[in-house]
Ligand binder design. Sequence first.
Ligand code: GTR
Length: 420
Amino acid sequence: MKNLKWILTFSLVLSSFLSAIAGTKEANYDEAKVPKYKMIDPLVMADGTGVADKKGWRKRRAEIQKLFEQQVYGKTPEPKTVRFEVVEQGTSALDGKAVRRQVRAHFTDKPDGPGMDILIYLPAKATGPVPIFVGLNFNGNQTICEDPGIRISKGYIRNNQKYGVTNNRGMEKNRGRSSHLWAVDMILSRGYGLATMHCGEMEPDHSEGFSESVRALYPYSVADSWAAIGAWSWGLSRAVDYFETDKQIDAKRVIVIGHSRLGKTSLWAGACDERFAMVISNDSGCGGAALSKRAFGETVERINGNFPHWFCGNFKQYNSNEAALPLDQHMLLSMVAPRPLYVASAAEDLWADPHGEFLAARAASPVYQLLGTAGLPAMEMPQVDMPVHGRIGYHVRTGKHSVTEFDWKQYLNFADKNVK
Ligand code: GTR
């Protein structure tokens, strides 16, 4: 057992080293150079049996989930009890437009042990339980808007140097820094709540983060145990545990959203936890909505080399070897069916392979159709800034890798249609 652990650890270190060297290879942005690849049919079981109905889909879905657990994200253990402490019950905030609530989720029974702060804004005008968007933030709850009442998140922050700070922890100085990514006013004025947590409180986003991760509280094996994306997704599910206890939140209408690495996370969370009523991937790219086998922009090898802690050990086997993957990301998207799913890309974000994100959404569509919904009503990649909304929504908007007002408008329109 010990030997096996050593061998696995050694091969992990070796493959990370090799990918670091290979990481110097130029990324491919040429459609003509996309390798020929086989699209796995999400509606055919591993043994070749076709899926004909809802019951058959449940079986195939379980098979697909297992594949992703073994080969990509690792398996998330059954959660231990998390204790919720309502730190702030409800304070008028944002010029009276919101009620702010803050909840500390304790991961252990030590009151000052590991945990996460859930920041919640509810529309002040709400008269009953509201549907709510929940998404992780990169740099602390206090970054999502200028509100001075937001508690400073204490988790590790990856890019603090950018702000001239070296201690990699939450601080007053970055309050409101990411407000351009969060359309708080728009969300509230459309009648939705918003909840957010700092991903660094579940797992610090660096390769040595394990000891400070929630993963350290559970048994572990290198090959197929959960990794950082699993730990972050776990946090999103724990927020739903809390919502189920809060009478002002409609826990049956929780919309999970994430951008980039946190978009990969919202997809994995939404795929595994069917309590999420709608799932949004904003520019999630490789290991998110984009097809891995296209190897366009960011590749499996690159992502494993730069972020060895995001995926499980087995995923390293597919470095420069995407053809061997027994799955692809359209199958992850199909796991959301028949719940509403939104995949968004940005035209200049070639690293995330917009076309590969569209193709994955399209390839998930037959599962939606089998389950009696419209799926994605587009066979061709839509024009820039021309959203297509069925039960799957897709757009590629003008501009760079980010979350913009345009993105949020589409998500709200799509949510109005599918969830509200
Ligand atoms: C990049 C990474 C992407 C994406 C992005 C982000 O460096 O290569 O997969 O996740 O970071 O999260 O902003």
